[in-house]
Write a new protein. Structure first.
Length: 337
């Protein structure tokens, strides 16, 4: 039995930052993650993806952010159960929780923070006949290493943040970048949308709107895609890679059976207090939760973690007085009175 002050399910950026905030309050943390290394999606899927909205970093690669978070929490010596999924939870007579993984590892803590990101996810694939034949042979649903596209002809499909971010980034990597979107408006950050339009004006990106890729062609690898454009003739573009970045289809997995209030595949929390769920002592922070006005941003997950640990501290140490101080006090170690 692994015992800790705060059990965190999910070792993505929000889970890792929770360790830091809890550490300032002298709380011991342990994290569970189904992936074999910390970092969540940032480490497993997007290690080379640029992130633009982390305070103090005009741009930071996802993998680098994970490395910095791991360095930040090193003084607090958190425990990790990696490569195992949390599958069941039971409440003890003293109000603590025992969480068991798929490999039988048991963990006990007075509070549980679910920071599972999007949960279990699969990419959304366009319904194109023969598409699977070109997967990993020119068709990629996730960008793991942008150097793969160095001096290549790349077509990107999508209108969200991922498609826009990679369009901006690959404009300086690939020899040609075309962005195809079904509409003329985009769902991503306005600043990134402006950057894409500016790149299009400069001739660095070919922007094709009111359009979608409807066919793929090639011999052993992808050679071209066919684009259907509203009100115009179909367009055939020769390319080396097509990136249909339509997002991920997430599911909560076993956590969805823990008696928590679920809404649209996310855990409902009370954001007016401390991001508690409908079960006392269980919290949900980061992309896995939902509440009025929710934004699925790493920055918001950091904020939610900071608020949540204040409540978790009271459950772990009901007889101690919480004295919050700025992180610049005492060399950033924090203080309890």
């Amino acid at each position: 039995m692994i015992e800790t002050d705060l059990l965190i399910i999910g070792a993505g950026p929000t889970g890792l930052f929770t360790v830091f905030e809890a550490g300032l309050l002298k709380m011991k943390c342990h994290l569970i993650d189904s992936l074999p290394q910390p970092g969540g999606q940032l480490a497993e899927i997007y290690p080379k993806k640029p992130i633009y909205d982390i305070p103090g970093f005009p741009v930071v690669m996802a993998g680098e952010l994970v490395d910095q978070l791991m360095e930040q929490i090193k003084p607090f010596n958190p425990g990790f159960t990696l490569g195992e999924s949390a599958v069941s939870i039971e409440e003890t007579e003293d109000g603590s929780f025992i969480v068991t993984t798929n490999k039988g590892t048991k963990h006990k803590a007075p509070s549980v923070a679910i920071a599972g990101g999007l949960g279990v996810f699969t990419p959304r694939k366009p319904p194109i006949e023969g598409l699977t034949e070109f997967e990993e042979k020119g068709v990629d649903y996730i960008v793991r290493d942008p150097e793969k596209y160095r001096d290549k002809r790349v077509v990107i499909s999508g209108g969200g943040d991922s498609a826009l971010d990679w369009t901006v980034f690959l404009a300086d990597v690939a020899s040609e970048v075309s962005l195809v979107h079904r509409r003329t408006s985009f769902r991503g950050h306005l600043d990134t949308v402006d950057k894409v339009h500016e790149l299009a004006l400069q001739g660095k990106v070919k922007l094709i709107t009111n359009a979608e890729v409807v066919d793929v062609d090639g011999q052993s690898e992808l050679d071209s895609v066919t684009i259907k454009i509203k009100g115009a003739e179909d367009l055939n573009i020769e390319c080396d890679h097509w990136l249909p970045l339509f997002g991920l289809t997430p599911t909560l997995g076993p956590i969805g059976d823990w008696g928590l209030e679920i809404e649209k595949n996310a855990i409902v929390v009370d954001n007016a207090t401390d991001y508690r769920t409908n079960r006392e002592g269980i919290y949900a922070i980061g992309d896995v939760n939902t509440y009025p006005g929710k934004l699925k941003l790493i920055l918001c997950g950091f904020h939610e973690a900071t608020i949540m640990v204040q409540s978790a501290f009271k459950r772990a140490f009901p007889d101690k007085k919480l004295s919050f101080k700025y992180t610049t006090v005492m060399g950033g170690v924090g203080s309890l009175e």
